[in-house]
Design a protein around this ligand. Sequence first.
Ligand SMILES: C[S@@+](CC[C@H](N)C(=O)[O-])C[C@H]1O[C@@H](n2cnc3c(N)ncnc32)[C@H](O)[C@@H]1O
Ligand SMILES: Nc1nc2[nH]cc(C(=O)O)c2c(=O)[nH]1
Ligand code: SF4
Ligand SMILES: [Mg+2]
Length: 248
Amino acid sequence: MTLTLATTNPGEPEIFASLQGEGPSLGRPSTFVRLSRCNLACEWCDTAYTWRFTGDNRPHRDDLAFERRQNQVPMEEAELAARIAALVPDRLVVTGGEPLLQGAAVARMLAALDAIRPGMHVEVETNSTVAPHPALDARVDQYNVSPKLAHSGNPAALALLPERLAAWAAEPRAFFKFVVAEPADLAEVMALQETYAIPGGRLFLMPEGRSSDALRERSRWLADFCSQHGLRFTDRLHIHLWGDTRGT
Ligand SMILES: C[S@@+](CC[C@H](N)C(=O)[O-])C[C@H]1O[C@@H](n2cnc3c(N)ncnc32)[C@H](O)[C@@H]1O
Ligand SMILES: Nc1nc2[nH]cc(C(=O)O)c2c(=O)[nH]1
Ligand code: SF4
Ligand SMILES: [Mg+2]
């Protein structure tokens, strides 16, 4: 059985050791696996190459099949487990795209991983809209859940699913991580926190930005808001260190 991974370069699966750059585990050495495809389409998505397979207008190369081949790599679950086990970090971050779209296959991969390297800490980055497959849920230590506000450009009917948000709010392993671009976005976050009774200790605000300058600019007012409202702030360490680069 196979998983579909994103690519750093055509044909090269996006599996890499780095530091967790966001959220409660910021700074921890972690192995990242980036899966392909997403069910949302955020305007500012920094990994749109995982789901937007058009937009390359080079002559003779603008067909969808070509773009899919360039941007996706199938990989056997056992092979992916072996590659993760061979890297140093004892933590795994499964991301995408939307990794919960391939939940059953990720669960089988984690079972294979446990057989060769037991006890790795497993984090999943998710957009909140997909319920975790039960076999995957049984193996996950932490969910980093990033529901999408209006400024993402996704219709609320697709991005903010009440049943899912209530389930994540009740899940002690789930940390919310809202991307904020403008001060006006904060009212939306506060309304969601109140509606779903999200504990402040499990709610992070993160500036939108794909450059250090953009992050720094937004951090100035966002950090103040966090300290005034008892919410947690997270930067995007990897952007400061390596910029908006695949495989970091
Ligand atoms: C690329 S997403 C993959 C996981 C999942 N699809 C999600 O949205 O949570 C990983 C994280 O990056 C965040 N992200 C993506 N583009 C961003 C940007 N331009 N600025 C800040 N955060 C961004 C997402 O909100 C999410 O927390
Ligand atoms: N270093 C680093 N930390 C991250 N935390 C979440 C990421 C993601 O894209 O899901 C990410 C990423 O892409 N790189
Ligand atoms: S949900 Fe995540 S992967 Fe999907 S478009 Fe939004 S930020 Fe990108
Ligand atoms: Mg990222």
